[in-house]
Design a protein around this ligand. Structure first.
Ligand code: 16G
Ligand code: MG
Length: 532
């Protein structure tokens, strides 16, 4: 592909890279303090502009730092399929973002362009952003990058991350950009799923993290009310983004978000994150305690429901359909046991990060994936959808088709997840029954800083360390001392830290095992600061 490199040089000069800044594409894209990012988003605009021109379709960019604080920002790049950027291109993104001089930048760009052919159709880049105050300027910098390589831009303004993924996916199918298509799809599929079931007596209380999810849910409140779902929104924009609220806070701190501690016992509550791509549920126990229903519990509920729908489909359907659940090493051992032993479904484990789970889930006819932190969705294979469409109009078949429309097929979507869980709760499984599907093994997560976290490499879906030599043996020896013990250490893909997870038969044991493993990592990997 030919580029006007002189014009690129002029355009790039308006977005200089801060000298010591060395951004790299993490698990889900770039993330940093917003003032550092104009060069990164401009360059990623060029990258995704080239991709769109070479495939002749729409690709996407989402300007967001998800659950990070308001002063941060970042970006997630989206393929024409609506899915996350393919891993081979992540390296190109890092190379472009890190180029120190104009010469280096042009060289990397020209080398990439030389491998690509322009398609016959022009392609375009759809850009969205969350509610961060830095978002508009960064989206403009990204547009300038797309334009610099001759690409076309559609800026769709403030949207949730999954909405941007959905828009890219559906634009390439139907050429429609209107937001209403996203809402209508959610509402109509939810209507089908809940038709004939009792409307809940209780409202669903949703913590919106003071983020973009609040804006979108507010728009849905009246129509959802007509469908029998009463939404009460909290942290809907009056406070600071992700501050003392949001799915990340609630799941990690295991406590009520701001403004929701006074709700009565048994209230059905959920929390979404700053860009609305993850959701966890919670409630208050009779003793006032905080009770979390995390991504593992959502996966279990979805698995129970889909298994039920499949069993009511025309005879023989269920037997010929592969259903599986994809988890990560963080999945509570009790959830894995429940899904395999009680439900008889396959479970696969992948590395942390939606792109890995999503890829693995596509191998099943019905692939359910959720990370414990609430990222996830349910995928139905196109060939299965075709078979279902050809079947008689059985209620379960209609509902299976509705699940495939409600659940974002490109990426995890907090709003889809909220609505799916509500639909299942209405179909006869109470909140208490959901909670009681299995009892989590006590667990503990810790994080520590080491001199260079890349000395730790892992295998077996991050459950075992390969290097440094001897680390895994020491972890194994520690785990062996604890009843029902399991533990692992992995370098974070989003920050300069090592994460440790442990579970065991009691909370004291899980805490002790996590501390012990963190101590082992500290000693063998050059721990920084005080020993855990
Ligand atoms: C990113 C991932 C999330 C993962 C987390 C792990 C996406 C959209 N997001 O936020 O799935 O759980 O990273 O972070 O893929 P860590 O590597 O720092 O533990
Ligand atoms: Mg997020």
């Amino acid at each position: 592909m030919q580029l006007d490199l002189a014009a690129v040089r002029v355009a790039a000069a308006a977005f200089p890279k801060p000298e010591a800044f060395k951004p790299s594409y993490g698990t889900a894209g770039f993330r940093a303090e917003a003032s550092l990012l104009p060069s990164t988003v401009f360059r990623c605009g060029m990258l995704i502009g080239l991709k769109a021109r070479s495939c002749g379709q729409a690709c996407g960019v989402m300007v967001t730092a998800s659950h990070n604080p308001e002063q941060d920002n970042g970006l997630k790049l989206v393929e024409a399929s609506g899915e996350m950027l393919e891993p081979a291109w992540e390296a190109h993104a890092t190379q472009l973002a890190q180029a120190d001089t104009a010469e280096q930048l042009l060289q990397v760009l020209a080398a990439l362009a030389a491998t690509l052919q322009p398609a016959d159709t022009p392609g375009r880049v759809i850009i969205g952003r969350d509610t961060r105050s830095s978002g508009a300027d960064l989206a403009a910098a990204c547009s300038a990058g797309v334009a610099a390589v001759g690409g076309k831009v559609s800026d769709i303004g403030v949207v949730t991350t999954p909405e941007l993924h959905f828009t890219v996916q559906t634009f390439n199918q139907y050429q429609a950009l209107e937001e209403q298509a996203y809402f209508t799809n959610l509402l109509e599929s939810f209507r089908t799923l809940t038709a004939g079931s009792h409307a809940p007596q209780q409202p669903l209380h949703v913590d919106c993290a003071n983020g973009v999810g609040a804006l979108k849910l507010q728009q849905l409140v009246p129509q959802l009310q007509q469908l029998g779902l009463q939404l009460q929104l909290y942290n809907a924009g009056q406070g600071r983004l992700n501050h003392g609220c949001g799915a990340d806070y609630v799941q990690k701190e295991q406590c009520f978000p701001a403004g929701m501690g006074d709700l009565p016992a048994g209230a059905c509550c959920a929390s979404i994150d700053g860009d609305a791509d993850r959701v966890v549920f919670f409630t208050k126990g009779q003793d006032g305690s905080f009770v979390l229903l995390d991504g593992d519990k959502i996966a279990a509920l979805a698995a129970v429901y889909l298994r039920r729908l499949l069993s009511h489909a025309p005879p023989g359907t269920a037997d010929s359909i592969s259903t599986g659940v994809v988890q990560t090493a963080y999945a509570n051992g009790a959830s894995t046991r429940f899904i395999t032993e009680q439900l008889g479904l396959q479970v696969r484990c992948t590395n942390t990060g939606v792109k890995y789970l999503h890829h693995e889930a596509k191998a099943f006819d019905v692939g359910i994936y959720f990370e414990s932190n609430g990222h996830g969705t349910v995928l139905l294979k196109p060939s299965l959808l075709q078979r279902l469409q050809d079947m008689d109009e059985n209620m379960s078949v209609m509902q299976l088709l509705a699940v495939s429309r409600l659940m974002n097929q490109a990426v995890g979507d907090a709003i889809s997840g909220l609505l799916l869980c509500d639909a299942v709760l209405r179909s006869g499984t109470s909140l208490a029954e959901w909670q009681a599907l299995y009892t989590d093994l006590p667990s503990r997560q810790l994080k520590l800083v080491v001199a260079d976290r890349t000395v730790i490499t892992t295998t077996d879906a991050e459950r075992r360390c390969v290097t440094p030599a001897g680390l895994q043996d020491a972890i194994d020896a520690a785990v062996a001392k604890y009843d029902l013990g399991r533990a692992f250490a992995r370098p974070s893909g989003t920050e300069d830290a090592v994460r440790v997870y442990a579970e065991a038969g009691s909370q004291e044991a899980a805490d002790a095992l996590a501390r012990e493993v963190a101590g082992i990592v500290f000693d063998r990997c050059g721990g920084v600061g005080s020993r855990p």
